[in-house]
Design a protein. Structure first.
Length: 209
């Protein structure tokens, strides 16, 4: 059974506050997303299994612990998820990166797949889905379903800001997924924006409106 993890490290919370600030400009916003993603990656990899290995120090031979061959894939949801990729790759430089593009149908309000590109060995990897905002949960659920339909094993969803409605939707549709967030906000407003949130993450990352 997956769990919700709110990453409450002081450095993360400090940076999230500036991320929310509407006066934070695009360059700093990108840098903050990158930095928070790196810090959150520490939490998301806490359960990675370890094995022992021997190394020769300048003094003696010593036994240490190394990660036990975990193969990881990062799956950002386009476009805003791209802003999180480099931050996670700083800690997991061997991870492969795939991409899922979704847009919302204006009539049905449901996410529609328009692009999927995945590593050739994606089914053998533990996958972390990346998306800055978990609002209704529609995009996250669609992305996870797309991966499952292709025989993949998504195990974690990493978001910066989440609404309770989105967390509940993912937990109901994919109860095995661990959800990592930097902040769990209060609710969605009538326009589907997270409150207090930070606005549209994609627009703020790329300077668009």
């Amino acid at each position: 059974m997956g769990r919700l993890h709110v990453c409450d490290h002081p450095l993360i919370q400090h940076k999230v506050t500036y991320l929310r600030d509407k006066t934070t400009e695009t360059k700093q916003f990108r840098e903050l997303v990158d930095e928070i993603s790196t810090l959150m990656a520490y939490e998301a990899t806490r359960d990675f299994p370890l094995t022992t290995a021997k190394v020769q120090t300048p003094v003696v031979e010593a036994e240490g612990r190394i990660i036990a061959g975990r193969m990881v894939g990062l799956i950002p949801i386009l476009r805003a998820g791209l802003g999180m990729v480099d931050g996670v790759l700083k800690l997991l430089p061997s991870a492969r990166v795939g991409h899922i593009g979704l847009y919302r149908d204006e009539e049905t309000l449901q996410p529609v797949e328009y692009y999927v590109s995945l590593p050739t060995d994606v089914a053998e990897r533990e996958l972390i889905v990346l998306d800055p905002m978990l609002a209704t949960g529609g995009s996250a659920n669609a992305a996870i379903s797309i991966l499952k339909q292709r025989g993949c094993k998504p195990t974690k969803l990493m978001c910066l800001i989440a609404a309770p409605e989105g967390v509940k939707a993912v937990q109901e549709a994919h109860p095995e997924i661990d959800i990592f967030v930097a902040a769990l906000d209060t609710h969605l407003n009538e326009h589907g924006y997270i409150v207090p949130g930070l606005g549209d993450a994609g627009d703020r990352l790329y300077g668009t409106k």
